[in-house]
Design a protein around this ligand. Structure first.
Ligand code: MSP
Length: 642
């Protein structure tokens, strides 16, 4: 039995229109929820809007609207945006909902009754932008670090929540459950806050100053501090305390927030829960910030990125893929349109799109648009371990998805996509198609490729649900089913021979940068490289590739494999190695003997056309023009190449 899954986004302030940052967190939560529907029937995904407080009241005033009319207007912008980004939230909460207000009152009363809230006079520096008091230490040059304004000194009687009482408990809890806040850097940040004495939290605002809030149940002259109100949404939406949803989903709660709101979620919220006698969330997942062209996104810089505009130009799935692939969850990322275009062209149009169209075009051409049957007598030899690799990919993908490492999960899927593209190159179905005697081999190759596409369509479902459904449809399957369930993806050879394949389409056409004067255009990245440059690697990653000098001692063609040559090489190991290389069209075997080449010596051996290849030759280009990398003077076989 798999556990239920509950995921939340922050509830967004309604003082600004939704932008790329809000879209990212919400898409991340959507990906997590969709991933969990691959393993369990019970998921709940919550998002919503945070509508009380001074900040909102002032924004309403600026627009000449009543707070109520204003929050309705902006909240509906968020609510209407999400379906357009394929967000599958199960509920949308607003802090102005009567049900939410009732739960906030209940929690406040409980904590008050047990003596964890006290009344006291306080004088301190208050930032109206943040709606909170600042300690001297938190200020930067006497100014609010967020608003760069000097906070005002105000003296007020207010209600305080005894956070300090729970400081030790929370520190111990984190040390006992180290992954409660993840990734690790944010747990460490919270632990470092906790090394300093925790001040009690001022949880009220006098109505003489702010009226737009939830009245304290034990004092009609005060409203509740917005954060105390807002955090409770995560349980009020589930019908705390007796709701069925609360009982089922709260024990498995996972929040997603960005680093800006680590403190309320990593300190106030768990302590509020503890004081109210409610178990703590399972994980707080914290991501970094999207900057735009390396600057902070802000209205004043005029660089706020609108998610719908990007969707309209590049397509929704491409946009979702880019966000999930280009941000390392936990670290900041920089958004720019060129990077988006590059990603689409290299990963989606080239890798996935080409694989899809190559395989389906061949299935249509060689098998009259019908999924071929496979003959087990030739299957073993031609499957080249694909089913095992599919299973490994599914495992790796799931492991990374569980911990919100979306970029790593996608990398694993793309490794498999590229493996399938290679599989086409080495099995050369167009050669098999030329002779009747290799019909059975051709059936196995095309069947395996279709099956590989079926697995891929399931694995991309959380990130690109529309594309996943389109792939299913073009594999002759029903996109309305739960085709993405992991147990279905694990069942290799599920495609039924005889299934009719509908007419094929292009999954992702290449895209161009929008033309702007003086701006580079699509495909013309700085170096003008095609395919575009791969993401940067560090020296350790490069060092993992063991390159060696080897002398060719024998070279011969491989029957029925026009493109391939079989080489025997001496790498100074006391025995020759066999290497299969796609250089038959560009090189004659007799010209290679005695030459020194460079070999990737620690590449996992693979069988190509029945021959075990124990490494890979370095060469440039493909097909007829291939040039082999050779040395300009003789060196010892086995010498390392750096
Ligand atoms: N209302 C509070 C949250 C209360 S939750 C109980 C709030 N609202 S907010 O509108 O300011 O949203 C902040 C959140 O929006 C961030 O934590 C993050 O999820 C998302 N983002 C806003 N800007 C962002 C970036 N530039 N980059 C990534 N995410 C960002 O705080």
């Amino acid at each position: 039995m798999t556990e239920p899954f509950y995921v939340t986004t922050p509830i967004y302030y309604v003082n600004a229109r939704p932008h790329l940052g809000h879209a990212y967190t919400t898409i991340a939560a959507d990906i997590a929820k969709r991933f969990h529907t691959m393993v369990t029937d019970e998921t709940f995904f919550l998002t919503g809007t945070d509508e009380h407080g001074d900040k909102i009241m002032r924004a309403a005033r600026k627009e000449g609207l009543s707070p109520r009319a204003y929050v309705d207007k902006i909240s509906s912008l968020f609510r209407q945006l999400w379906p357009q980004l394929n967000i599958s939230n199960d509920y949308f909460i607003r802090t102005t909902d009567p049900g939410h207000i009732a739960v906030v009152e209940k929690v406040l009363q409980k904590i008050y009754d047990q003596g964890d809230i006290y009344f006291s006079e306080y004088e301190g520096k208050y930032c109206f932008g943040c709606e909170r008091f600042y300690t001297e230490k938190e200020l930067v040059d006497g100014r609010c670090p967020d608003h760069q304004t000097e906070p005002e000194l105000i003296k007020e009687s207010n209600y305080f929540f005894k956070m300090s009482k729970y400081q030790q408990w929370w520190t111990d809890y984190i040390n006992r459950h180290p992954d409660v806040i993840r990734p690790e850097r944010y747990r460490n940040e919270v632990l470092s806050f906790l090394r300093e004495p925790l001040e009690d939290l001022c949880i009220s605002r006098p109505k003489s100053r702010i009226k737009w809030g939830i009245t304290l149940p034990f004092d009609q002259d005060y409203v509740t501090y917005v954060w105390f109100d807002a955090l409770i949404n995560y349980i009020s939406a589930l019908g705390y305390p007796d709701g069925e949803l609360f009982k089922k989903f709260w024990p498995v709660a996972q929040h997603i927030v960005a680093k800006d709101i680590l403190k309320p979620h990593g300190i106030y919220w768990p302590i509020m829960l503890k004081a109210a006698g409610i178990p703590i969330y399972r994980h707080l997942n914290v991501h970094g910030y999207w900057n735009v062209d390396d600057s902070k996104m802000s209205k004043s810089l005029g660089n706020v990125v609108e998610p719908l505009q990007l969707k309209n130009v590049y397509g929704l799935d491409a946009f979702r893929y880019f966000l999930a692939r280009d941000m390392v969850f936990g670290l900041d990322a920089s958004f720019n349109e060129e990077a988006l275009v590059k990603r689409i062209n290299s990963d989606l149009a080239n890798d996935l799109g080409n694989l899809f169209s190559r395989v389906l075009t061949m299935a249509h051409k060689y098998f009259g648009s019908i999924v071929p049957a496979i003959d087990s007598s030739v299957e073993q030899e031609l499957s080249l371990g694909l089913s095992r690799e599919a299973a490994q990919t599914i495992d790796e993908f799931s492991r990374h998805m569980e911990s919100f490492a979306f970029h790593k999960a996608l990398k694993a899927v793309w490794r498999f996509i590229n493996r399938l593209n290679k599989y086409i190159d080495v099995t050369a179905p167009w050669v098999l198609a030329k002779s009747k005697s290799s019909r059975k081999q051709l059936e196995v190759v095309i069947y395996n490729l279709l099956e590989g596409l079926r697995v891929i369509s399931g694995l991309i479902y959380p990130v690109m649900p529309d594309t996943a459904a389109r792939m299913q449809q073009h594999l002759g399957l029903d996109p309305e089913t739960d085709f993405y369930r992991l147990e279905k993806l694990r069942a290799w050879k599920s495609l039924l021979p005889g299934t009719k394949l509908p007419k094929t389409v292009a999954l992702f056409p290449r895209v161009e940068m929008p033309k702007m004067d003086g701006q580079p255009q699509a495909g013309q990245d700085q170096a003008g490289l095609d395919p575009p440059l791969l993401p940067e690697i560090d020296i350790e990653q490069f060092a993992a590739v063991d390159l060696r000098v080897a002398t060719v001692i024998k070279a011969e063609p491989i029957p029925r494999a026009k493109k391939l040559l079989k080489l025997e090489i001496d790498m100074g190991e006391g025995r020759p190695r066999t290497i299969v290389s796609g250089i038959a069209a560009s090189h004659r075997p007799e010209d290679l003997v005695g030459r020194q080449v460079i070999v990737v010596a620690n590449l996992k051996p693979a069988k190509l056309m029945g021959v075990l290849s124990e490494g890979m030759l370095l060469a440039a280009g493909d097909g007829k023009q291939t040039a082999i990398v050779m040395l300009d003077k003789k060196v010892e076989p086995g010498t390392k190449v750096n």
